[in-house]
Structure formats: structure tokens, C-alpha cells
Design a protein around this ligand. Structure first.
Ligand SMILES: [Zn+2]
Length: 174
């Protein structure tokens, strides 16, 4: 049966649930539908496009554990979105930027590192955002979720509609 990817309110993938569970959560107002399959589900009382990706409307705290400070997790926190121009990129096209440059005493830590595309990184150079007239989409902070989700599913079996949400931050099994 069709499976549904459950995202946290942060768009972080949490787990895979079956469609009945997803529909129940939808009717309880716990989730919103982000992506749908082409199929519909019918019951006596409703007809509905089958959800393929749903997002929780309230934050679910995952088991605590320090989030490793890594390039991958910085990209994940920033949703693979350049924090200056707002465009989304694949890992190869991203880098990270010290908001306050290292040469000015900026530290390499969650609060001073943002995901950045190569072009914006070049444009900003060794300047502060104010000096470069570039503003941040989101102030960087230490994430309180655990971003890495292990889904043991063959890549070919992943629904197309999931790929935007899991392709770059889930460990996939070939
Ligand atoms: Zn950019």
C-alpha cells in the first residue's frame, strides 16, 4: 500500500507512515498535505487525493542528542537554501559562509555559519552582510532536532514527490 513521508513542522523528514495513519492525522488536524499521489482514496463519507508527503502542524521533538556540527547538518538546517539569495541548490553547488568573517573574529559555530551558494559566497567575500548589502533570510541558530533520518528504502522505490524532501538528507540504500 502507498506510504507517506511524515515531515516535522521544520520540513525535516521524521518517518514513513502508512496512508491510513496519514489520513487519520489529516482529519484530526495534525498535519497538512504537502504532496499528493495521483490515486484517490474513497470511503462512504469522503474522496481524497492520496497524500504522499504530509507535514506536522506542531513541532515534534525528536530524541535528544547533540546535532553534529557538520556541513551536511548546516545544509539540512537551512533546507539546502542559500541564506542570502534564497535559492535552493544541491550539495555540490553549496558552500557555507561565516556571517561575521573569520578575519573579523567570527566563530565557526552554528550561530555564525549559514548555507550559501557559490555565487553569493563570492559576492560577499570577506565582508559582513551589512557591508555587502546582503541580508540573511534566517538568523542562524543551533538546531534542536536530529536531522539525519535513516530510511532503508531502495532509491528506485522512492516516490518522486518525496525526493525534494529526502534526497539530500537521508541515507539511502541502493
Ligand atoms: Zn545565493
Amino acid at each position: 500500500m502507498e506510504q507517506v513521508l511524515l515531515l516535522n513542522i521544520t520540513y525535516e523528514p521524521l518517518k514513513i507512515i502508512n496512508w491510513k495513519k496519514a489520513v487519520t492525522m489529516l482529519f484530526l488536524g495534525k498535519v497538512e498535505v504537502i504532496e499528493e499521489y495521483n490515486e484517490t482514496v474513497r470511503s462512504v463519507s469522503f474522496t481524497l487525493r492520496l497524500p504522499s508527503v504530509v507535514r506536522l502542524l506542531r513541532m515534534v521533538k525528536k530524541p535528544r542528542g547533540a546535532v553534529r556540527f557538520s556541513r551536511q547538518n548546516i545544509y539540512s538546517r537551512d533546507r539546502y537554501q542559500c541564506q542570502y539569495c534564497g535559492s535552493r541548490f544541491s550539495t555540490e553547488e553549496l558552500t557555507y559562509d561565516h556571517v561575521i568573517p573569520k578575519s573579523r573574529g567570527g566563530k565557526t559555530r552554528w550561530e555564525n555559519i549559514v548555507t550559501c551558494c557559490v555565487e553569493c559566497n563570492r559576492k560577499k567575500g570577506g565582508r559582513t552582510p551589512a557591508e555587502a548589502s546582503m541580508s540573511l533570510i534566517r538568523e542562524p541558530s543551533r538546531p534542536d532536532w536530529v536531522p539525519a533520518l535513516r530510511i532503508t528504502i531502495g532509491f528506485q522505490r522512492i516516490p518522486e514527490t518525496w525526493r525534494d524532501y529526502i534526497y539530500w538528507n537521508v541515507e539511502l540504500i541502493e
